[in-house]
Design a protein around this ligand. Sequence first.
Ligand code: ZN
Length: 216
Amino acid sequence: MRLLIMGPPGAGKGTQAVLIQKHFDIPHVSTGDLFREAVKNNSPLGVSVRKYIEHGELVPDDITIQVVIDRLKHDDCKNGFLFDGFPRTIPQAVALDSILSNLNITLDAVINVVVSNQKLMERIAGRRVCKVCNAGYHVVTNKPKVEGVCDKCGGELYQRKDDTAETVQNRLKVYNDQTKPLLDYYDKRNIIKNVNGLGEIQDTFKEVLASLGVKQ
Ligand SMILES: [Zn+2]
């Protein structure tokens, strides 16, 4: 299976990626992880990647594409792969097509984990964290016994700056603006598999398998 997985922040994409990787025994290739690894190893590539990451900028397409080409050469990609975080732009998608076509292979499917913006807002904006021990809570799905107080240590619960409605809305807008052209690109080929990311983890995974034609 040669797959891509896409989905907005908070949709549970990472969890599905792990399940897919295990089920098909294919590597989960996350460009974010590859960048971090290159930086850690201080490879020549890592040195240039570090500059962008430290400034909070996106790593340019040409470097990203080179990282992907190198990763695809590893033996574990022979039977397929699950890309995560790549492609992020149309030039990257076009480059991926040409890389794969040089290898005489094509993508089987793009798994798109769909959750409504409103649901994502509820999920993320309801998160609370303990100031003392960092334990995580949710005002609807994982309430503490006493409102605003940590069950484990009695510490005060607060909302991280990243999780406020305004920040979440902004992150979703960036994601949607960035992803729309890619979804259009793959939609023309009819390889997008939309799965509902709202339910239980296992239910979403069943949808993923069904969308890929796996008999269960
Ligand atoms: Zn606590």
